[in-house]
Write a protein that binds this ligand. Structure first.
Ligand SMILES: [Zn+2]
Ligand SMILES: [Zn+2]
Ligand SMILES: [Zn+2]
Length: 171
């Protein structure tokens, strides 16, 4: 990041903070590429992180790569396990390739079976549920987001920020 760019970012940051009286919500600029309407975001509680992440597999994976230097496709036999540095996670250890799904479980999102109302904390667990539970083969998932999730409308993000939503993008 060159200095012009970073001073422009801190200028926007200060302007938003002054306008809204609270720290702006920082999101990855990449989110705009994937969403042209509403997107659900959740605070990233990875050690030292001040950003919000979109609550979906692809964006969580990108965020872990770009901002936390984690190779989220490393799953081979000889891959070293790493510790999850999420606040309140008891430092679960896993291969970096399994971290994205694990972090999704920290984001408060739940999949509720439309047939039996079973609550699953992972999408793959919901899929397995529909395969294994008699009567739930045709069930749909009702997705419920956690209390700390926010809805951001990317339509109103112009030039990388939105004063009304107190949002700014980090390249
Ligand atoms: Zn983060
Ligand atoms: Zn964790
Ligand atoms: Zn069910």
């Amino acid at each position: 990041m060159n200095t012009d760019r970073s001073s422009e970012i801190s200028m926007v940051h200060d302007m938003l903070q002054e306008y809204n009286g609270v720290n702006p919500i920082l999101i990855d600029r990449d989110i705009l590429r994937d969403h042209n309407a509403e997107v659900i975001v959740h605070p990233c509680n990875w050690e030292g992180c001040t950003m919000h992440i979109a609550v979906e597999h692809k964006q969580v994976s990108k965020h872990l790569q770009q901002h936390h230097g984690i190779n989220t496709s490393a799953t081979s036999e000889d891959t070293q396990k790493i510790s999850c540095l999420w606040t309140d996670c008891l430092h679960a250890r896993m291969k970096p390739g399994n971290l994205t799904r694990h972090i999704l479980s920290h984001l408060g999102v739940r999949w509720i079976c439309s047939t039996c109302e079973a609550t699953l904390s992972r999408e793959d667990a919901f899929r397995r549920h529909t395969l294994e539970k008699v009567g739930c083969q045709d069930a749909k998932a009702v997705v419920k987001y956690g209390d700390r999730s926010l809805v951001i409308d990317t339509v109103y993000i112009d030039g990388g920020w939105s004063a009304s939503q107190n949002v700014m993008c980090i390249p």
